[in-house]
Ligand binder design. Sequence first.
Ligand code: ATR
Length: 288
Amino acid sequence: MKGPIPINGATRLYGLLGWPVKASLSPAMHNAAFQALGMDAVYVPFPTPAEHLAEAVRGLTAVGVAGFNLTVPHKSAILPLLRHVEPHAAAMGAVNTVRHDEDGLSGTNTDGEGFLLSLRHDLGWDARNKRVLMLGAGGAARGIAHSLLGAGVAHLIIANRTVSRAQALAAECAARFPAARVEAIGLGESAGRAPHLLVNTTTVGMGDGGSPADVTAVGVSEAVMDIVYHPPETPLLTQARKAGLPCANGVGMLLYQGVAAFRYWTGVEPPVEVMREALEAALRARGH
Ligand code: ATR
């Protein structure tokens, strides 16, 4: 175990704005990366209630913060506070990573890239010309839907308990990706859809929750991804494993969104395996 990061007058400050942020695994991941690379930088959680976001961002900017992440409830509210927003993040209406340099505050969204990198590295899965059934139509689903279509998915079926939310997201996706086929259905209508990939973005399966779908009845042919990581194996992933399908939980997405954020902030290639080990150690320390 290396010693603590020595803070000095030149230490660069990074952090996470959210409410709550106490349970975040990002400090463990980014500080391990800074330490492994010998970078004079530190990543700190900043518990920030919704009504104090603008004030917090002004204050952090004034004291020279180098960059920060945003989580619930700030991913959309941050947009009007930024000078530059990457086009894909603007289209999603959500920013999770901000860089502060001589050009002011620039924002991007690395959640989708994190999701796609996890599909590629953890499952060896490529999105081009595939059919995907995505469960859920909330904030996480929105970023994932845009990323999947951007990566070449030909047919996206969005299944949600509240069908009107699935319809609204499907309409938004169809407008941005007119070449793709995008459908909206109820959560109970997933049987027989035969997707190559099944993705769960709902909170069903967290804690003691059940499964949002029956993998065998859905007829998944290639892989299953659940963005939940507590518990590490949700009932949906247990079904997938028993069906012999490659599957992954949300740790990879969390890892790779952090990897992409690190690159955006520093321009330096981060030590991915160090970050993965730090995440897994932090999860183990919590008894997950
Ligand atoms: P996030 O930003 O994490 O995606 P969210 O925007 O609150 O969070 O979305 C949560 C998702 O989980 C939604 O798709 C939600 O379905 P509704 O739109 O119908 O609310 C889904 N969800 C949450 N609890 C659920 C439950 N008990 N059964 C089915 N779906 C559920």
